[in-house]
Design a protein around this ligand. Structure first.
Ligand code: C2E
Ligand code: MG
Ligand code: MG
Length: 659
């Protein structure tokens, strides 16, 4: 209701006129002389005041006109009275018109009957909410589990206010299962006493949720939903599925393999285009009711709506496999053809207990996939994996404690030069964790967890300090040219100040940087290239040598070798093993040896176990050998014995003969 509507203003005007009139007339007319004037005077004043109180404007549209428009006979006319069946027909037509409107409009409708508390929903209303009509029932409460919780709270508040104030209300709501944002509005119908008896409501579909341009929920680059929206939507889906036992959905995470390298090798803009194309591929494979989001730089998340739970989940498996192969199809961009790898984790909500966190399980699954040998594959959640995830959590906890307690030791494996009488040229330091309950935990089990959790930074510092202190001891014993190689992870380059840490450890232990070698993988080199290359320059300027570990197993772009200050390549054990078995792998090893020679890089073959492997490498011109053939990694005390039993001990020389 308007505060100053026409009626109100007119009434004020009449009261003012009435008051003026009574005051003026009182002064003008001498009532003692003409007492009969008192009657018209009082009548006029009363008329003015009554008019002021009860006057209403005539309605601007007459009821008759509406009837005429709809061709409904006026029941007060003769015609109406005579043709009462005509009136009946008109009413029926009106009802059927209403029904048609209710069932065929592109908007959804609902009528809330207050005396019975029942709601009647139109089929379109159910469609907009994303459920079959019969699932809605007749209670308003069924809406509660179908829209986002915060929207429901807003809706129920507005509804109560509307019934109290008798005014209409409207709000935007996000259905959990529907694909459109819906504008909900409602207006109360009043009875003759002005009390609400019914509430008429409508659902008007708004923007498609996927293209809904709310920057708060939008990933600018791809136009998909962002992490914030995805997590909220996931929460809503979980609560919905708790209320509807037969509803199941799946959570998929898709990680684009080596995406950082695409950025490095081409450009970040090129990488952006790749992400957009992948986003398109994902969206075109999904149903409009599925929620697709980019949840971090190169990870996409999907919530698959209403997944049928067959015995073998065959439909889900089929869908996931076809999506995986679609993403991996060659991608044409700016005249280049790219092959994209993608790792995927998949969890069906029904496979977890309600209290378990779907997202963290899916993330762990994805990490396991990426850090193991299965990068680029699909991993479905199973009970066994849950146990594995628990073991990972436990291991992480114990790892933290072990770092605090400095419960690690280092072993050292010699690198031998077979061209110069089997001389020991360096030792690689390898970390060992002797856990009181688990026994010796291999680095392949705990280093990936330390990398994921960032614990590798403090652990790496412990290792570096230990290796430098040990190397200094051996240098002081006379092995002045001995080099110790220490393994470094990519995270150590990207987190903390590695150069400063190294400088302070060298100063603290008194080791000359020339006695130190750093082993990093191709991945470290390609990760955050600008920063890494700058750090590598600073390190080599100090005299530290850099080796590329596991060469050939990572990214195949060789261009970085020219530009980066790399001193040594280490051929991975995998190639050494297969070179003697397969001709094509032998050709690969020959190629690596050729690259190292042409770029004037030192070459070390890792994991050499047999004479046959050794002879093959020797014949191809690779002379630096590391592996069980000569020695397993040794504890420090045995390193000295190993050196002392070498031929022609000459402590002033770095050349140590082996027996
Ligand atoms: P890596 O740096 O490539 O180390 C070589 C691995 O191959 C070592 O395994 C070594 O014991 C093993 N190895 C050497 N020769 C042979 C052989 O002839 N046969 C067989 N079967 N294996 C051989 P280890 O010590 O288990 O280390 C595994 C990986 O863990 C290392 O691979 C490295 O990536 C990581 N790692 C080890 N120590 C450290 C460390 O101190 N810091 C970091 N960041 N990573 C480390
Ligand atoms: Mg290594
Ligand atoms: Mg290696």
């Amino acid at each position: 209701m308007k505060l100053f509507d026409e009626h109100f203003l007119l009434r004020i005007l009449l009261i003012v006129v009435g008051t003026l009139f009574s005051v003026f007339m009182d002064d003008l007319i001498a009532f003692e002389a003409h007492p009969y004037w008192i009657i018209p005077y009082c009548a006029s004043v009363t008329f003015l005041f009554f008019t002021a109180l009860f006057y209403r404007f005539p309605p601007s549209i007459s009821l008759n006109k509406i009837r005429k428009d709809l061709e409904v006979p006026d029941p007060s006319t003769n015609m109406g009275l005579v043709q009462s069946d005509g009136l009946q027909r008109a009413l029926e037509e009106k009802e059927s018109l209403l029904n048609m409107f209710f069932s065929h409009s592109s908007d959804g409708f609902w009528v809330f009957d207050l005396p019975t508390g029942k709601v009647q929903w139109s089929a379109r209303a159910a469609e907009l909410l994303g459920v079959p009509l019969d699932e809605l029932g007749t209670s308003l409460d069924s809406l509660r589990s179908l829209i986002f919780e915060s929207d429901w709270t807003k809706f129920s508040n507005m509804l109560s206010i509307s019934l109290e104030s008798k005014q209409k209300f409207s709000l935007d709501a996000r259905p959990i299962l529907g694909k459109n944002i819906i504008a909900i509005s409602g207006i109360p119908q009043l009875n003759a006493e002005g009390r609400p008896i019914r509430l008429f409501g409508s659902f008007v579909p708004k923007a498609d949720i996927l293209s809904f341009k709310n920057p708060f929920f939008l990933d600018e680059l791809t136009g998909l939903k962002n992490r914030r929206y995805f997590l909220e939507h996931l929460k809503e889906k979980v609560s919905y599925s708790e209320l509807h036992q037969d509803y199941s959905f799946a959570l998929l995470l898709i990680d684009i393999d080596h995406f950082g390298r695409i950025n490095d090798v081409y450009s970040p803009q090129f990488g952006d285009c790749v992400l957009k194309l992948i986003a398109e591929r994902i969206v075109s494979s999904c149903h409009s009711q599925d929620c697709v989001a980019r949840i971090s730089a190169d990870i996409f998340g999907i919530l698959l709506h209403d997944v049928p739970i067959g015995k073998d989940k065959s439909e889900l498996v089929e869908f996931v496999q076809s999506l995986h192969s679609k993403i991996r199809q060659p991608l044409q961009l700016e005249g280049k053809e790219l092959l994209i790898g993608a790792s995927m984790s998949v969890i069906l909500n029904r496979d977890l207990d309600a209290s378990e966190d779907l997202m963290s399980h899916a993330t762990t699954l994805l990490h396991n996939l990426k850090s193991g040998d299965c990068r680029g594959n699909i991993q479905f959640f199973s009970g066994g994996l849950r146990e594995k995830a628990m073991q990972v959590y436990q291991l992480e906890y114990e790892l933290r404690k072990a770092i605090q307690a400095k419960a690690f030791t280092l072993v050292y494996q010699p690198v031998v030069d077979i061209e110069h009488g089997n001389r020991v040229v360096s030792f690689e330091s390898l970390v060992r964790w002797n856990n009181s309950e688990r026994g010796m935990v291999p680095p392949s089990e705990f280093i990936p967890i330390a990398e994921e959790t960032g614990l590798i930074v403090p652990l790496g510092e412990l290792i570096l300090r230990g290796a430098c202190r040990q190397a200094k001891e051996w240098v002081d014993l006379g092995y002045s040219d001995l080099r110790i190689a220490v393994n470094f992870s990519a995270k150590q380059f990207s987190q903390g100040d590695l150069v400063k840490t190294l400088q302070s450890i060298l100063a603290e232990t008194g080791l000359n940087p020339r006695n130190l070698k750093m082993e990093i993988t191709e991945y470290t080199v390609m990760n955050d290239t600008e920063k890494t290359i700058e750090m590598m320059r600073q390190l080599t300027a100090m005299g530290v040598e850099i080796s590329i570990d596991d060469f050939g197993t990572g990214f195949s772009s060789l261009s970085y070798l020219k530009n980066f200050p790399v001193h040594t390549l280490k051929i991975d054990k995998f190639f050494v093993d297969s070179a003697v078995e397969k001709e094509e792998d032998a050709a690969f090893v020959r190629m690596i040896i050729g690259i190292a020679k042409s770029l004037n890089l030192e070459l070390i073959a890792e994991g050499v176990e047999t004479k046959e492997q050794l002879e093959f490498l020797r014949s191809e011109g690779c002379s630096m050998i590391q592996g069980y053939y000569f020695s397993k990694p040794l504890p420090p005390a045995e390193v000295l014995t190993f050196l002392q039993h070498s031929n022609g001990l000459n402590r002033s020389s770095s050349i140590k003969q082996l027996a």
